[in-house]
Design a protein around this ligand. Structure first.
Ligand code: AMP
Ligand code: ZN
Length: 494
């Protein structure tokens, strides 16, 4: 029986404003789409936080035994500097300023994005599609929306008719806005505007002669509107209806609202069962954003070269720090909080090491099974990582109590405690013991000591006690202690 049948997950659904039991559309399978980065600049820690929330969610869904198809796109065209469909394409603007090809901008920052995410031990998504790779799908969607009467063409551009759509549907249901209020609060359109109503948004924009990023279409050369790519790519890879759609809170409106409208207008269906929005990382109480300069790059965290930091921190410490706040709460970045997280992280890793060499008893005085269930309860409650981490620290406390002889555990309970800690710490939270290099070294060291343990065992079996003692003693000199137990020989490194 897969774990998800025993562990009922609940998810806070942004569209209903309630925590709901999670039931996937197809038993055992989950389709999840998350809006990816616009690759015109280096990612900052705020972007990383949002993607990390969904990496943790992806990991827990997999841990529960679901087969997850996780689609996270790369926006490499169509995202304008201005939400009102004016302004320049962000990537084209960067290319113009740096005098390089737009695709060079895309390549440079896509590589940077992947490098950073690798450092933080992210799992790669199942599919990472690009907007420019799905122009045909986007054009096909526009054609459907026009045929269904919810879009109009003007001078080579195509706009979504929000007012018409709102007559038969509900525009604003995700963000809780009412179209009448939006209209009342917006200035009238200028005479040059091609839009019939200020709330209308671009599905396709005509490319002016100087615009490099352009594709042919039934309406002339142009480029797709930003919202459209996510509708095209999510439905292509996950179907017209799918389980989870995620992104940062700031994408709720207009981006996700427009996605819902496009889906309903083109395909006649509400696309998403559970909408999930990750909250913002702030710095000095203000949203972290590249455009205002109020941001920290992950590279600065690793080296400590920032006016906001007193030292550098390992990626896993920063990951631990981020996951200590629920993904739905605002989180303020601070050096002190990172220092505290580093202490906590080290305590957790140390306890996992100690746990390997604990003495067991014939009875348990701590209820490991109940503790394990409380870890699941925390995650089942809308991925509540801070509560999970509090329970993991209870595990740390028990490990020290066993070490000090104040708590007893049977061999099976100790195994259960260690396995549960490992599963949550490494698989679900995605932490790594030390940095990636230390981990590689660790595995080499482990392999080497295991080999020596095997040779020592063979020497003993051959009654060559001189050799077996020599192996043990020389390892002690190197700070490696062998311990013979019922289950075989284990070792600790000082
Ligand atoms: P962008 O590349 O600007 O489209 O942003 C990529 C993702 O990062 C989106 O899901 C944004 O909502 C998210 N994001 C942007 N700023 C922050 C922030 N300060 N904290 C958390 N997430 C953010
Ligand atoms: Zn999107």
């Amino acid at each position: 029986m897969p774990l998800y049948t025993e562990q009922q997950l609940t998810i806070y659904n942004s569209i209903t404003g309630k925590k709901e039991p999670f039931e996937s559309l197809l038993e055992g399978y989950v389709g999840m789409y998350v809006c990816g980065p616009t690759v015109y600049s280096n990612v900052h820690l705020g972007n990383v936080r949002t993607f990390m929330s969904f990496d943790m969610i992806f990991r827990y869904l997999k841990h529960l035994g679901y087969k997850v198809r996780y689609v996270r796109n790369i926006t490499d065209a169509g995202h304008l500097t201005d939400d009102a469909d004016e302004g320049e394409d962000k990537i084209a603007k960067k290319a113009r300023l740096e005098k390089i090809e737009p695709m060079e901008v895309v390549q440079q920052y896509t590589v940077d994005f992947h490098n950073i995410l690798n450092k933080f031990n992210f799992l790669p998504p199942s599919i990472e599609p690009t907007a420019t790779g799905h122009i045909i799908e986007q054009i096909e969607l526009i054609k459907k929306i026009i045929v269904n009467g919810y879009a109009y063409e003007k001078n080579g551009s195509v706009y979504f008719d929000v007012v018409k759509f709102n007559k038969d549907h509900e525009y604003g249901k995700l963000s809780g806005r009412k179209l009448e209020d939006m209209i009342a609060n917006t200035r009238a359109l200028t005479s040059q505007s091609e839009k019939e109503n200020p709330q209308d948004f671009a599905l396709w924009k005509k490319a002016e002669p100087q615009h490099i990023m352009r594709w042919p279409s039934p309406w002339g050369d142009g480029f797709p509107g930003w919202h459209l790519e996510c509708t095209a790519m999510s439905t292509k890879y996950l179907g017209e209806q799918f389980d989870i759609h995620g992104g940062g809170m700031d994408l709720k409106f207009p981006h996700h609202e427009c996605e819902i409208a496009q889906n309903e207008a083109a395909l006649g269906k509400e696309p998403v069962k559970y909408w999930m929005h990750a909250n913002m990382l702030t710095l000095n109480g203000q949203k972290m954003a590249k455009s205002t300069g109020n941001s920290i790059n992950p590279g600065e965290i690793f080296t400590g070269e920032s006016k906001h930091l007193t030292k550098g921190f390992a990626p896993s410490v920063a990951r631990f720090f981020i996951l200590q706040t629920s993904y739905r709460s605002i989180m303020d970045f601070s050096n002190d909080a990172l220092l505290a997280s580093e202490k906590g992280f080290n305590r957790l890793m140390e306890a996992l090491k100690i746990a390997k060499s604990l003495q067991t008893s014939n009875k348990s005085t701590f209820d490991v099974a109940a503790w394990k269930q409380s870890c699941y309860n925390a995650m089942n409650d809308d991925f509540n990582t801070p509560i999970l981490i509090a329970h993991l620290f209870d595990g740390v406390k028990q490990i020290h109590l066993v070490k000090d002889g104040k708590v007893e555990l049977t061999e099976n309970d100790l195994k259960l405690l260690i396995n549960t800690m490992n599963a949550f710490v490494f698989d679900v939270l995605g932490l790594e013991n030390g940095d990636a290099f230390a981990k590689a070294d660790d595995s080499k060291l482990n392999g080497t000591v295991e080999l020596l343990i095997k040779l020592r065992k063979e020497a003993r079996e051959n009654k060559d006690f001189a050799l077996s003692d020599k192996i043990r003693d020389e390892l002690i000199e190197l700070g490696i202690q062998l311990k013979d137990g019922r289950e075989g020989t284990t070792f600790t490194v000082n």
